[in-house]
Design a protein around this ligand. Structure first.
Ligand SMILES: *Cc1c(COP(=O)(O)O)cnc(C)c1O
Length: 400
């Protein structure tokens, strides 16, 4: 029998705030009713703010984030198109696999898991591509498997400096709405997210924004698509409707979660993720453990992937935390299985919750055989949170 809260510190699905959960508890509705747009139209405009785009076209497909990957690819590219992408974690690996399965010619750059998108190598490949054979560059903004945030603006610069007009695709599933992401400033053509990470919702909406250029490409692109067709979706969305039954409850929940983000202020949301992540990282450093991310400039503010010592199986840490302390920590994915556990610090989160994650992880690490001083990680994070209290006040004032 489990008592109390079961804590969720995985990088998605994230904790759904109580008022978002309540907002979804509504009777079923007629999705063709004349006033259905009252529910939906504001979502499209407010999501633009989350993507930081003025002219981007926002769409929501019933599905998880992966569905938005597929929609982005099949609507804008052509069979056999060459696309440039890097593999540096499980999500970029899966995205590359999808691109191959859908019939693209994937130019893969393998870099270590823990590195970011290789801007210099992309730059070299783009410069060498004088016939403009590369039709798109794919960047995983925040590689959730390794806790690495990549330099999207740098990839944009590499494209611009080579006068290369490949489309820029960005997987922002674990960054958009929680890390600094700028669709327009960075010239992103296809920006992809899902409902269950920064947006603090259940899974079920694949959300994307397409630039004007991407929308133009979708007029002539010849890849096969049906369910995920941009044209069908955009035509119906114009009046707030969908080409098929939308998950109405999720739309109500999204309304509430966007209200929450607006009330806190997106800049404050981003600052909060930065502050909380720093506390977690200080805790990890106090344990003497390493992050997978190779360099501080790559540290993700939504998830930390933590290496256990060689003789300790990270799966034991995760199992003990779950079975004995009601706490879900993220697992090591694919080649990181057994070597890494992750603390998700994304979405609806505060200092106390991060301290719980560190405290439980500490107990589980010690019981799994890691030698560390009990309380050391918690104390390091506490010191940071206390020292940072002025900054927090500043943000509260700014939000009021
Ligand atoms: C979670 C995640 C995905 C996959 O999203 P699903 O909603 O599980 O389909 C893709 N990319 C990144 C970076 C993610 O974190």
């Amino acid at each position: 029998m489990r008592t109390g809260h079961t804590h969720l510190f995985i990088p998605g699905p994230t904790n759904v705030p109580e008022d978002v959960r309540q907002a979804m508890n509504v009777p079923m509705q007629d999705m063709r009713a004349p006033d259905f747009g009252d529910v939906t139209l504001s979502l499209f405009s407010d999501l633009k703010g989350i993507f930081r785009t003025e002219k981007g076209q926002v769409m929501m497909f019933p599905g998880s984030g992966t569905s938005a990957w597929e929609a982005a690819i099949t609507n804008t590219l052509n069979p056999g198109d060459k696309v440039l992408m890097a593999r540096h974690g499980q999500f970029s690996t899966l995205w590359a696999e999808m691109a191959e399965r859908l019939g693209l010619d994937v130019l893969l750059v393998d870099v270590p898991w823990g590195a970011g998108a290789p801007v210099k190598e992309f730059e070299r490949q783009l410069a060498a591509d004088t016939d403009d054979e590369i039709k798109a560059v794919f960047v995983t903004h925040n590689e959730t498997a390794t806790g690495v945030t990549s330099n999207v603006a740098g990839v944009r610069r590499a494209l611009d400096e080579n006068f290369h007009d490949a489309l820029l695709f960005v997987d922002g599933v674990s960054s958009i709405g929680s890390l600094d992401f700028r669709m327009d400033d960075w010239g992103v053509d296809l920006a992809i997210t899902g409902s269950q990470k920064g947006l603090m919702m259940p899974a079920g909406l694949g959300i994307l924004a397409a630039s004007e250029r991407a929308m133009e490409m979708s007029q002539t692109s010849t890849m096969r698509r049906a369910y995920y067709d941009f044209g069908d979706m955009v035509k119906m969305n114009a009046d707030g409707y969908f080409p098929y039954t939308p998950p109405t409850q999720l739309l109500h929940g999204l309304r509430k979660s966007l209200d929450r983000i607006a009330t806190e202020g997106l800049d404050n949301v981003i600052a909060r993720h930065t502050r909380l992540a720093e506390g977690v990282r200080r805790g990890v450093a106090a344990w003497g453990l390493d992050l997978v991310a190779e360099h501080p400039s790559l540290y993700s503010n939504t998830v930390s992937a933590i290496r256990t010592p060689q003789d300790v199986d990270a799966r034991d840490v995760i199992r003990i935390a779950y079975e004995d302390y009601n706490t879900s920590l993220g697992s090591g994915l694919a080649r990181l299985a057994g070597k890494v556990f992750r603390i998700g610090h994304i979405g609806d989160l505060n200092e106390g919750m991060c301290l719980t994650a560190l405290s439980v992880a500490e107990m589980a690490l010690i019981r799994a055989g890691v030698r560390l001083e009990m309380g050391s990680g918690v104390a390091a994070a506490q010191s940071w949170f206390v020292s940072d209290v002025q900054t927090e006040r500043h943000f509260h004032v700014a939000a009021e």
